[in-house]
Design a protein around this ligand. Sequence first.
Ligand code: GLU
Length: 504
Amino acid sequence: MSNKEVRVRFAPSPTGPLHMGGVRTALYNYLFAKKNNGKFLLRIEDTDQTRFVPGAQEYIMDALKWCAIFPDEGPGIGGNHGPYIQSERKSHYAPKAQELVDRGWAYYAFDTAEDLNQMREQAKQMKMPNWQYNSITRGAMKNSLTLPANEVEARIKNGDPFVIRFKMPRNRDIRFEDIIRGWVVVNTNNLDDKVLYKSDGMPTYHLANIVDDHEMEISHVIRGEEWLPSAPLHVLLYEAFGWECPQFAHLPLLLRPDGNGKLSKRDGDRLGFPVFPTNWTTSDGEVYSGYRENGYFSGAFINMLAFLGWNPGTQQEIFSLEELVEAFSLERVSKAGAKFDADKTKWFQQQYLRSTDNTILAKELKAKQRLSEDLDYLEKVCNVMKERATFIKDIHTEGDYFFQAPRDYDETVLKKKWKADTHQIMTNWLDIFKNIEEFNASNVEAAFKNYLIEIDKGIGAVLPAFRLLVTGKAMGPSMFEIVEILGQQESVKRMETGLNNIPA
Ligand code: GLU
């Protein structure tokens, strides 16, 4: 690596919501920048006006914020290389396109959509299905290389629509070293004369991307594998301008859980997991669900994403964002596509839930589930329930008995564990239970164990009935802790009600 300042960018197009693959690209850029004391930029690439989706830019910025991936420079953030939205940089591109024409690296093309269609049709009939505007075919088209100079001038003066195309050199091997993939070599005979500047007065992605990466002094271009085929053109554009080329790193694709193809935005809701960081509602009112609204912590989501294509080379799996920064390197990113794993994602979420402080959990539980119980009480509930939950809301749904007395009693326990003598055993236990003086989990446990000895029963024969009366359930955390949290009075009341409801 040269000793130039590390400056990287995440450059989404606002054509829709950010898919989790996009968030991973942003994350790797962020981690790489922070690790190398560099800068992470956000640039909005909105030059394709036909694909612009209202709300997409706001969505992207909000999603990054949720993930705590904060850009150092970008729209609404500032920086010395702005503006950071391409449509606001329009004036930068036309002179650059012209410069390439003047230097013989690009040319005007006047072909209409019909002209191009006709060429494609003709080629198809001649059994050449993939017609391209390239170093061979350009000679038969209407452009500044084939038309006389005065006609070209007249057409431009006249306001005839034109595009500017890159004049792809014939038969050159373009080489560049990708940090993840190693040397990539592509022969220019396989590349077409891409449009750089469109008839609507806007640059295409290729031109705007290169001009901006240069002007924003980007040192490393870290982006998805789908851009690898564009990289040779980009390398040539840097050469054409006489600019230093940034280093490239093309990230592996995100694959469906079965490894069969790229993870698409439709897969998520079809396969039962979110593909987007946060909910996205289309203009037709269709909702694609997001990790945030599904109850994931952004830390767990980020941790999971970091591992889709990268690993630290150790056994450690749980990483905070700061720890990821410390551990991250592009050298440890793999070339092979990374399979998304919904169960593993839930596992990360569970680990995060377990390690979150009870005070924080209690506050979120109260707010999210709109509970009226006080925070002290909720903290105790979180403490015993979090081992059994994946999402905060599970603490409420799985531990519903902390919020209301049981309305019904688990059928299986009733069938298998409620024997002829259970009613009597529980009535006697209630008598003892009622009179426990210093009421807390360990005293209840001691009293219960004494009682078991007295009646000569095993814990497995009696505890399920106790649990059933107090919670209505077959399973849960320690019964002694549950009654301590509920309190003696409430527990007694429940046992009495239960003994009335369940016939002897
Ligand atoms: N605007 C492109 C995208 O939507 C950026 C590709 C790049 O990073 O060069 O992914």
